[in-house]
Design a protein around this ligand. Structure first.
Ligand code: FPP
Length: 237
């Protein structure tokens, strides 16, 4: 059931877009220039992923810990989110992408929150690819949020299963990520899709996020297709 034939193309890919700061530093530019280049790169990677047949693509854009960065960088990232939604939504909509958000939107400025909500509403019936933005997202926070919901719903302890937890994650209804890519050579998971990633395959390309292109994605997808996913069991050879 879980043999090699099934994992040729991952259904759900998560991406930790790391290395924007170093990309900028290498060019003598401010860190925000790196985030700007990183935001532009989403476009080419979304298109390449859709062409490859990936159905759900999750980008880690802002973590619950990123609030600790300098104010200027935090507000720069907020502006980039606004800019991304404004400039990319019409095109993404035309191409059949459904925009989703995971995390808490309530800490964002009402205007920005509204922009995100209307892009989600506009694209809600699209089926080609889900573009999922993790913004003000943290994996542990997501688990705590789910537990609170379950307790508030009065679900009896003995009825709580792993599926109950999955159903209360921000990602309810979306399959767990098959593959997670972290660019820039850092080897950490950093609170990304903590509940969902237990059997994900991981890839850690050296390339900095703004330079991660179609060829880099193709190489990882090719490698993924040859991996033997066993989910703790054994595959028949
Ligand atoms: C990590 O690089 C990147 C981030 C913390 C932010 C990622 C955000 C974007 C690509 C832009 C925002 C996206 C949207 C959709 C608005 P780093 O800054 O930690 O890089 P460094 O480790 O080289 O310093």
């Amino acid at each position: 059931m879980m043999g090699e034939a099934l994992n040729r193309v991952p259904a759900h890919v998560g991406i930790i877009m790391d290395g924007n700061g170093r990309w900028a530093q290498a060019r003598g530019l401010p860190r925000l220039a790196g985030h700007h280049a990183g935001t532009k790169n989403l476009r080419r990677v979304i298109r390449a992923a859709a062409s490859a047949g990936i159905r759900h693509l999750t980008f880690y854009a802002f973590s619950t810990e990123n609030w600790n960065r300098p104010d200027e960088e935090v507000s720069g990232l907020m502006s980039l989110l606004a800019q991304f939604i404004e400039t990319e939504t019409p095109e993404l909509h035309k191409e059949g992408a459904r925009l989703l958000h995971i995390g808490h939107l309530d800490r964002l400025e009402p205007k920005l929150r509204q922009k995100v909500e209307s892009a989600i509403e506009l694209t809600k019936n699209n089926t080609r690819i889900d573009v999922i933005l993790a913004f003000n997202y943290g994996g542990r926070d997501e688990i705590v949020t789910a537990v609170r919901e379950i307790v508030a719903a009065g679900i009896p302890a003995e009825e709580i299963t792993q599926q109950t937890l999955s159903d209360h994650m921000f990602t309810a209804g979306i399959p767990d990520p098959d593959l997670i890519i972290r660019t820039s050579g850092e080897l950490r998971t950093s609170n990304f899709l903590t509940w969902q990633s237990v059997y994900s395959e991981w890839a850690f390309p050296q390339v900095l996020w703004p330079d991660f292109d179609e060829a880099a994605l193709a190489e990882i997808l090719d490698d993924y297709a040859h991996r033997d996913r066993r989910f703790g069991g054994l595959n028949k050879k």
